[in-house]
Unconditional design. Structure first.
Lengths: 285, 285
């Protein structure tokens, strides 16, 4: 997805949210934000928004010497989600269609997104998404692909949300015969995106048949984050892609099923959707 | 009011709104926005937000060679407000307290603010503000000052809103014995702020006892826009100041009565108010 001019100041807003986590000193916040602006100006904007956001985030990490500004936030999100995990499991188990319900919950969990902002209500979103009509609904194709695929890669998005992903992974493992599912997390911290630490914290490392897979978004390769994804796509039968960033970054491929809430107006527009719509979309490329 | 870091990307958002009025060419929009960012970076941010917004706006006018990007928008706003003028006059005339009702309407008109954005509903705001409790209510002092003052300066804010101001001016002229009221508009166009053209278009030039006064915000003096205001304050008994920009720019002085809707979260915070609150505040300095 191409960067729109709206993204340029939205990324700066994300920068301010992040800078406020690393220091309370307004002068220092200004110094880092100015550095972000200078670096954004030096970039070619004819790229996808996460490329610019990566530059922004790497500058903040470098300037603040804080490798993972959202570390505490991520733990809090994981704890909140783990707290409601038993209840969510019951909702799935009692459902007439456990897989569909687990998919809906995994999409509901996508509301926990500090790239968009901290103002979300997880319980309200769960109630809403369990009933809401999909704006794009490729669930039938999704089920058919689960039946036919020999392997599966599941690209997670955010901390907290990964607990909801765990429930979907458990449901898939329960209903289908995958020998192994690869659960993707990022090597380099980016906002509240999942890393190995989150996957281990919520117990995905203990799931039989699931292997955690590090996705490399090398700081020196931020202009080409899709290269590593391309390897995954080439080698896999089927990919579940969670969230907006993966949707913006991954090439359009029919192996991929995108699950997300369209939170950003630019992404909603790209999908022909409204903000807040829920999406289960098969790639078409 | 001091600039907060939030203002920096909000001003860039205003820049994008404005740039989209002057050209549909996205490459040209990017070129102008980059120029805005470079110039904001060159500024000292230890100033009030309108100083930075003025720099932004002057760059857009210079780069696009369009002196008044909101010219058409302003005419539309004036036309909409003139269309409901007879109805608004009736509301005031039938009111138990015409002055208070006219003040409420003048504040309701402040929702027409393209600095904040184009998504406002004037009829809904009128109904709301006619009933709403003031967050800051210095109406009694306002009335006492009207009784005691020999002269009055009325600083308007936005096109469209100026029709609501006209009704308040007419109500004041009807109830008090001012020989002359000076109605302030800007010399240099800034977003949808009023200029002489708007004042004449809505007929303020034809009001007996009202003289339109040009406020100079010289392009070369953008770091000191308050200088001209200081002259007004020194020479006047009483000033009515409409809107957020005047509140941000004017020195705090007990001669001034600020009337506005707190639309920006930073200004709401400065006032100890919530976004959407209505304010009639006497300066205290």
């Amino acid at each position: 997805m191409k960067t729109r001019l709206d993204c340029i100041f939205c990324i700066q807003r994300q920068a301010l949210d992040t800078v406020r986590l690393v220091t309370n000193d307004v002068k220092e916040q200004e110094r880092i934000l100015r550095s972000v602006m200078v670096n954004i100006l030096e970039m070619n904007w004819n790229t996808c928004p996460p490329d610019i956001a990566d530059v922004m985030y790497n500058i903040i990490r470098k300037e603040s010497k804080e490798n993972d500004p959202y570390k505490t936030v991520k733990k809090e999100c994981n704890d909140i989600a783990l707290g409601i995990y038993p209840e969510l499991k019951k909702i799935v188990d009692r459902s007439a269609n456990p897989l569909l319900t687990a998919v809906r919950l995994a999409i509901a969990g996508n509301v926990i997104d500090y790239g968009v902002g901290p103002n979300f209500d997880i319980n309200k979103t769960i109630s809403l998404v369990l009933e809401k009509k999909f704006r794009i609904d490729h669930f039938t194709e999704f089920v058919n692909n689960l039946k036919e695929s020999e392997d599966l890669v599941y690209l997670t998005d955010n901390a907290g949300e990964i607990v909801f992903d765990k429930i979907l992974l458990e449901t898939i493992m329960n209903e289908y015969n995958f020998q192994k599912i690869y659960c993707g997390v990022k090597v380099t911290p980016f906002i509240n995106d999942t890393t190995m630490q989150d996957a281990v914290y919520v117990g995905i490392d203990k799931m039989e048949g699931v292997e955690i897979m590090n996705i490399e978004v090398d700081e020196n390769k931020v202009d080409h984050p899709s290269k590593t994804f391309q390897e995954i796509i080439t080698k896999s039968n089927m990919i579940i892609s969670k969230g907006q960033r993966n949707f913006e970054t991954l090439p359009d491929n029919k192996k991929i099923f995108f699950m997300l809430i369209a939170k950003c107006p630019m992404i909603a527009n790209e999908l022909g959707a409204e903000q807040g719509d829920i999406i289960l979309k098969r790639g078409s490329g």
